[in-house]
Design a protein around this ligand. Structure first.
Ligand SMILES: [Fe+2]
Length: 234
């Protein structure tokens, strides 16, 4: 399995505080069968502002482990993000094309059609993190299909199935999974205990998704994001 969304490296954002926990997370990743993990440090001005250079330097130092480590950002979509986009100051996945974005959990994004248009025009493909977690998602019924029609991709959180965020979000997750709307599933790990909890429900989730779709979301599609020379897009 390949985890394309994780905050497992200590001291970068709201992930673990100590490297000892990072090491424990990596061990659990290995035990669960993960072969590649992407650190997706938050990019949220005023809250998490680790420079891209520091992030890539830290991950390159960790490359000797039995799990392949990559890095990108999870961009909170706001005015600052759009400014970064215009200045081409973006750190995509290793394929140079896909970027991970998140919206506000409580406030519906204004002008999201325009935002996707801007991202696509700049040559990127947006992957929206955890759509099932947005409180406003059911108030914009056309959002999911429209987001995908305009060139966006969706990443569900395995933790939503595990019940980490409550019953309502699990229900939203199962709806999107059954409709085969997800292109990726990832852990969005912030702590060792969270990953262990996800690990406990992983076999049931795999069975629920069916093998072909599971492999597509956890191996085949994620691999495309990691291959530097690959021109193929999802
Ligand atoms: Fe995240």
């Amino acid at each position: 399995m390949i985890d394309i969304h994780s905050h497992f490296i200590a001291g970068l954002d709201d992930g673990p505080e100590a490297m000892r926990e990072t090491e424990a997370i990596m061990e659990t990743y290995y035990e669960l069968g993960f072969t590649h993990v992407v650190e997706t440090t938050h990019c949220y001005p005023g809250l998490f502002e680790v420079p891209d250079e520091r992030l890539t330097e830290i991950t390159s130092r960790m490359k000797k482990s039995n799990i392949k480590i990559f890095s990108t950002r999870e961009y909170f979509v706001d005015f600052n993000f759009l400014e970064k986009l215009e200045k081409k100051n973006i750190l995509p996945y290793p394929d140079g094309k896909h970027i991970l974005i998140e919206f506000s959990f409580s406030i519906p994004p204004i002008n999201w059609e325009h935002i996707i248009f801007k991202i696509v025009t700049e040559g990127y493909i947006p992957i929206l993190a955890h759509p099932e977690r947005y409180e406003w998602i059911s108030s914009i019924p056309q959002f999911v299909e429209e987001f995908k029609r305009r060139g966006g991709l969706l990443q569900g959180n395995m933790g939503s199935f595990a019940g980490i965020y409550g019953r309502y979000i699990k229900k939203q997750f199962l709806k999107l999974l059954n409709e085969k709307m997800y292109d990726f599933l990832a852990t969005d790990t912030h702590s060792h205990s969270q990953l262990k909890l996800i690990g406990q429900t992983l076999p049931v989730l795999r069975e629920t998704a069916c093998e072909k779709y599971w492999l597509e979301m956890t191996e085949e599609n994620p691999l495309i994001l990691l291959e530097e020379s690959r021109n193929e897009v999802l």
